[in-house]
Design a protein around this ligand. Structure first.
Ligand code: PMP
Ligand code: GLN
Length: 382
């Protein structure tokens, strides 16, 4: 393994899901729902396969999907993108993140990222030969946020990109307009490219419009590469259809890399996702409402079990501080949770450079109510 990938072993998600499968534990670790997306969406993919959509689609993505993505950004956020040149379809948000960072970050350039950060960010920044500059999110009034001074201090003359994930995995924070204004200020002032990971854009619990894309702020559209995907919105995390929307110069750069990573994304799923973006908005809204109830169900259960719970504003994860139960850190807790209660969760410290994440554990609540209830019941064994 090359030196720049030393230290990146198996992802914690794969590790924890394998553990759950091996031992039959309840898997509140890796974030994937245990129910399927809308039936008509699944049928559309099956029909696309049977109907012959089985050869390479165009490199930038099926025109039909690029149009659906552009229409979604316009209708939902008032952001207009040309489907031909400002939208690029990728193999999930994961490939989008990889292609964007590899296309835009030179060796030695810095990427500002909020910690805890999604695991692939660190690996891809390292692969690109870049340097991550973490800014820690800390609890403040029941949610995780950053200190503006620390954000400003993280920027240096070598900073090229600010990578923002909102709604934020794993803390569940949905960045407010005020927070985004501070971030936008920093980007404009230092001429940074903003890369926004918006895969949880529909999963916000304080109202359907709570997610504000950074690109909607003044002067930001021209410097923002926005990433999203279908996995969370339509409960098809295994389909791996994602996309970026950005000005043409960025899309051209990213496509140059993307064409040699995968060339193109899977044809039948692209067609199905185009259908869903157009026709399944109500289903996505129903999912949001149902997940809000699940958020409360699990958050209340964790609180009742004695953990300090940070009820999230978005995503399908809830973070909890394990110290009130007498555990030293999240890893110790996760081991006990598995051994005594048969539940798998994620020790959030793996998403930090600093030790600020040591006391936290992340639980996924995108599960059937009976699974959540069983988990809550078992938490009493701790
Ligand atoms: N970004 C974040 C913040 C995520 O939580 C995930 C995990 N689903 C991804 C990106 C990857 O998305 P995809 O499955 O579309 O590759
Ligand atoms: N995004 C999912 C999570 O945070 C997992 C994705 C993965 O397994 N890489 O749980």
């Amino acid at each position: 393994l090359v030196a720049r990938m030393q230290g990146f072993g198996t992802t914690v998600f794969a590790e924890m899901t394998a553990l759950a499968i091996r031992t039959g534990a309840i898997n509140l670790g890796q974030g994937f729902p245990d129910t399927d997306g809308p039936a008509k969406l699944l049928e559309t993919a099956a029909e696309a396969i049977m109907g012959g959509a089985n050869q390479y689609p165009p490199g930038p993505g099926l025109p039909e999907l690029r149009e659906a993505v552009a229409a979604q950004r316009a209708d939902r956020y008032g952001l207009t993108y040309d489907p031909d040149g400002e939208v690029l379809v990728t193999v999930g948000a994961t490939e989008a993140i990889a292609a964007v960072i590899l296309a835009l970050v030179e060796t030695g350039e810095e990427v500002v990222v909020f910690e805890p950060y999604y695991d692939s960010y660190a690996a891809i920044i390292a692969l690109a030969g870049g340097v991550r500059r973490p800014v820690t999110l800390r609890p403040d009034g029941g949610r995780f946020t950053f200190d503006a001074g620390e954000l400003r201090a993280a920027v240096t003359p070598r900073t090229r990109v600010l990578l923002l994930n909102s709604p934020h995995n794993p803390t569940g924070t949905v960045f407010t307009r005020e927070e985004l204004e501070i971030i936008a200020d920093v980007c404009r002032e230092h001429d940074l490219i903003a890369v926004t990971d918006e895969v949880y854009e529909y999963l916000t619990y304080d109202g359907p419009a709570a997610h504000v894309p950074l690109a909607t702020l003044p002067g930001m559209r021209e410097r923002t590469v926005a990433i999203s995907s279908a996995g969370k919105t339509f409960s098809v995390t295994g389909w791996k259809v994602g996309w970026i929307t950005a000005p043409p110069r960025f899309v051209r750069a990213v496509q140059t890399v993307k064409q040699f990573l995968t060339f193109t994304a899977s044809a039948p799923y692209q067609r199905a996702v185009a259908y869903a973006l157009r026709e399944e908005r109500e289903w996505a809204e129903d999912l949001r409402v149902s997940l809000r109830a699940k958020r409360d169900r699990l958050s209340d259960g964790l609180t009742a079990a004695g953990l300090t719970t940070f009820r999230p504003q978005g995503t399908y994860f809830v973070q909890a501080d394990v110290r009130p139960l007498g555990f030293g850190d999240g890893r110790e807790f996760v081991t006990a949770l598995h051994e005594r209660a048969g539940i798998v969760a994620i020790p959030t410290q793996v998403f930090y450079d600093s030790d600020a994440g040591d006391p936290y554990v992340r639980f996924a609540f995108c599960k059937r109510d009976e699974v959540i209830d069983e988990a809550v019941e078992r938490l009493r064994r701790l």
